[in-house]
Design a protein around this ligand. Structure first.
Ligand SMILES: Nc1nc2c(ncn2[C@@H]2O[C@H](COP(=O)(O)OP(=O)(O)OP(=O)(O)O)[C@@H](O)[C@H]2O)c(=O)[nH]1
Length: 199
């Protein structure tokens, strides 16, 4: 798990690590089991890796399109990109090393889907539904047999947000980070482009 603030170098660090894992897997020395005879519909690139982008397309946002373009340009051609928020589904079907970029955008999408920004919708089942999605993600994370990396934001270090919905997002991000960190073999915190070992 790779944690950090905005532009701390999380994605680049994750990509470096994924490149090593994919190379190891291609040469048969990965930590996890990698069955090259299995070809899944979502990650069928032989010897490559799977990059899971959870942020969606954001039609009409030129700045976002530019960020995504720069990411795509720097990714090796052997990697397969999947744009989805069904991270648990991807992990359950994974047969190659995977990078999930990132859990913060995944959480944002889940909060949208369950109506977690709104106090009433939150009380009216949103909280329960979000907890179920966390359970599903954690189970898939713990059950995956290929090497997996996830990027997530350390969002709680600033001021207390004014609105209840954003405070909820901050708190849920903290909870999600704790759960995935507890379920991970290794955790690093990116500080100004430098990876600090946390676990
Ligand atoms: N939809 C989509 N999103 C992508 C793709 N490639 C990268 N992204 C997203 O771009 C986001 C990263 O944007 P950046 O602005 O570089 O990241 P940052 O978190 O501010 O900075 P760093 O800590 O340096 O990684 C990731 O969360 C990805 O989800 C892609 O092919 N499609």
């Amino acid at each position: 798990m790779i944690l950090g603030g905005a532009r701390s170098g999380k994605s680049a660090e994750a990509e470096r690590r994924l490149t090593r894992l994919a190379d190891d897997a291609a040469h048969g020395s990965a930590g996890g089991s990698v069955d090259s005879s299995v070809d899944s519909s979502v990650d069928g690139s032989a010897g490559g890796a799977l990059y899971v982008a959870t942020g969606g397309r954001r039609e009409g946002d030129a700045d976002w399109a530019d960020r995504v373009r720069r990411h795509r340009e720097r990714r090796p051609a052997s990697w397969t990109t999947v744009e989805t928020t069904d991270v648990a589904g991807v992990l359950r079907g994974a047969t190659r090393p995977v990078l999930v970029d990132c859990l913060t955008l995944w959480l944002t999408a889940m909060m949208d889907e369950v109506g977690a920004w709104d106090d009433e919708a939150w009380r009216d089942g949103g909280e329960r539904e979000l907890a179920a999605r966390f359970d599903e993600l954690e189970a898939a994370w713990r059950g995956v047999t290929t090497p997996v990396l996830a990027v997530s934001n350390e969002v709680g270090l600033g001021i207390v947000p004014e609105s209840a919905g954003v405070r909820r997002f901050r708190d849920e991000q903290g909870r999600l980070n704790q759960r995935i960190a507890a379920a991970s073999d290794a955790v690093v915190l990116m500080v100004a482009g430098i990876a600090v070992a946390v676990k």
